[in-house]
Design a protein around this ligand. Structure first.
Ligand code: ZN
Ligand code: ZN
Length: 374
């Protein structure tokens, strides 16, 4: 820990194994002493007061305290530790406060170089609708860069150590004058790491990471859809020189199905039925994705385009309970090949038509007659 990083425990004057009560009491005493109301106009007290508030805010929360114990201040800076790009927002807020208070109040130049988190990885997985329905456990193989075993991720040949970069003094960035402005940019000597490796590890050539094919068991939960991302925390690339690993994201793509179209949790399909079934009624069987045959009652007199909704026969709700619906659209099929006998029977039927059996057609032709004064 460099001089510009003020330890939260030191700020509160407690030991690293102090319990919650001890931390709280230390904070109260200090807060009382340095409260701005008691020290009007005193900048030092104000800064100290802010510092103890930030330190207490971190240490009173067991989760944040654990992150701090593990990663130090990097836990609350962007890209570091569990508060990284995908971490929870609480850490981000503290990061900002940390920057303004610890960066300025204690005269530091922004602290040490931040340990960069490893990159997130993407893996595209194509699955069938049945698999999306049931969920599945699948083994995938990806090339992941992992911390090098030989140097334990440091990048330095065992027995040697990285030394502080003398160009940037370990800051990781350098200041340069550009016209009227002073700009900060990554140090060209250490590329922002703040350290230079003099004898690079031979196995990873100083990277601290090696690429290895890795087999991973991935659980695809029931109900996933195209666009679902499954995050495997810490399964991405190892960070450079021992920094935390990134995450692995499984991007799910569900292949089109021969029978069902899917819209969220709704499964839709179009079922052709014969004109006799449409007229007389009956029942049809549809193979459901759960392997059960679904029996659908067709009421007599059904029309083409009518949608029958079957509650709870659709896709499972992702990470929830229950299932969506199945919507079956009926398409009445007009026969195209008739035997002589069938034709004769139909002609007989036609002769028996009164017009009342098809009110829609009758109504339509009546409208035409009135419109054209027939
Ligand atoms: Zn190595
Ligand atoms: Zn440097």
């Amino acid at each position: 820990m460099s001089a510009t990083e003020i330890d939260f425990y030191e700020v509160l004057g407690v030991s690293r194994d102090a319990d919650g009560a001890a931390i709280k009491s230390a904070y109260r005493k200090l807060a009382m002493k340095h409260h701005p109301d008691r020290n009007p106009g005193c900048k030092d007290s104000e800064n100290t007061f802010k510092a103890i508030s930030v330190a207490y805010d971190c240490l009173k929360d067991p989760q944040k305290r654990a992150a701090y114990d593990q990663y130090g201040h990097a836990a609350f800076q962007n890209g570091g530790g569990p508060g990284g790009a995908h971490g929870n927002a609480d850490f981000g807020d503290i990061g900002d406060i940390f920057e303004t208070i610890f960066g300025s109040a204690f005269g530091g130049g922004g602290g040490r170089a931040r340990p960069r988190r490893g990159a997130d990885l993407r893996y595209d997985m194509e699955i069938g609708l049945e698999e999306a329905f049931h969920g599945k456990s699948s083994e995938i193989e990806i090339e992941v860069s992992k911390a090098c075993d030989t140097c334990h991720g440091s990048g330095a040949q065992p027995g040697t150590h990285a030394r502080t970069c003398n160009l940037c003094g370990g800051q990781g960035n350098v200041r340069a004058k550009q016209g009227f402005f002073v700009v900060e940019r990554p140090c060209p000597n250490c590329h922002g790491a703040g350290e230079v490796i003099t004898s690079p590890c031979r196995d990873c050539r100083g990277e601290g990471r090696v690429d290895v094919p890795q087999k991973l068991e991935v659980d695809i939960p029931p109900g996933v859809d195209t666009g679902t991302r499954i995050r495997l925390s810490g399964k991405g690339e190892a960070g450079p020189r021992g920094a935390p690993a990134g995450d692995l994201y499984i991007f799910v793509h569900v292949k089109p199905h021969e029978i069902f179209q899917r819209e969220g949790t709704t499964l839709a399909t179009r079922v052709p039925i014969s004109f006799t079934m449409a007229a007389l009624g009956g029942s049809i069987e549809i193979p459901g994705l759960d392997g059960e045959e679904l029996t659908l009652e067709i009421p007599a007199g059904i029309q083409s385009g009518k949608q029958l909704r079957q509650r709870g026969a659709g896709m499972p709700v992702l990470q929830g309970r229950g299932r969506g619906d199945m919507v079956v659209e009926i398409a009445v099929e007009t026969p195209t090949k008739l035997t002589k006998e069938q034709r004769a029977v139909l002609e007989q039927f036609r002769d028996l038509e009164t017009g009342d059996e098809c009110p829609q057609s009758q109504g339509f032709f009546e409208k035409i007659r009135t419109a054209f004064g027939g």
